[in-house]
Ligand binder design. Sequence first.
Ligand code: ADP
Length: 259
Amino acid sequence: MQANILELKNISYAYHNLQGETLALKDISFGVKEGEFVAIVGPSGCGKSTLLSIIAGLLKPEGGTIVVNNPDGSLHYPKVGYMLQHDHLFEWRTVYKNVILGLEINHMMTPERLAYVDKLLHDYELEKFKEKRPSELSGGMKQRAALIRTLAMGPELLLLDEPFSALDYQTRLMVSADICRLIRRTGKTVIIITHDLSEAISLADRIIVLSRRPATVKEEVMITLSLQDDSPLAARHAPEFQGYFSHLWEVLTNENQEK
Ligand code: ADP
């Protein structure tokens, strides 16, 4: 398999405030390969979002380094796209004006990028909804629009922070499978944070399990599922699914019980 494009080495991070210090991450090391879909799971409050913010470059680690090995030998940090819990579409702008917002703010409205946005709107079946307002879209369509807005900027690494958790359960099942299928088609490298083990197993190539705070890497699990069809629930019906779920459940339950 190819080399890691991103390697986290002994990352640690603490929040400092007047009450003292909160050590969030301790000695975190793992690599991410180009085109890989990695899920990070762990107990609530263990440091998952902190870790994602460090990978995004929004926070600077206090200890450790992030090494970049671009396949072309260049040294630039991968361009990062971030998708958050809420789609954050602005109701006062049309769907089209929302998806080009990043391009507009960053003065990147080139004919090539706008053509790419049009292609994504077409491919993701949102073309007819360009002039609608976000409230006129279904939950799934809003997430598609949010994905187009993210992809429009040409990210090389996609970071997804619980992107489906604001949706109701049934919508979430459909939308997560749909959005991840679309993301996989782009071949982008993805790191997703989720507290939903089923979601992690059904979406990721590899799951990194974090311990309670301060988060350390407790275990890494490679996921291989035999899919019977291409329905949104196919991964959850795969014969290997339950085995992975039971194993991860045990690791996390032990983690919650350990003193
Ligand atoms: P998770 O995403 O796993 O729920 P976070 O990364 O959001 O966890 O937070 C990890 C820990 O750091 C939590 O205990 C949280 O209370 C603490 N924390 C997060 N942000 C801050 C902050 N700005 N100041 C102080 N502590 C923080």
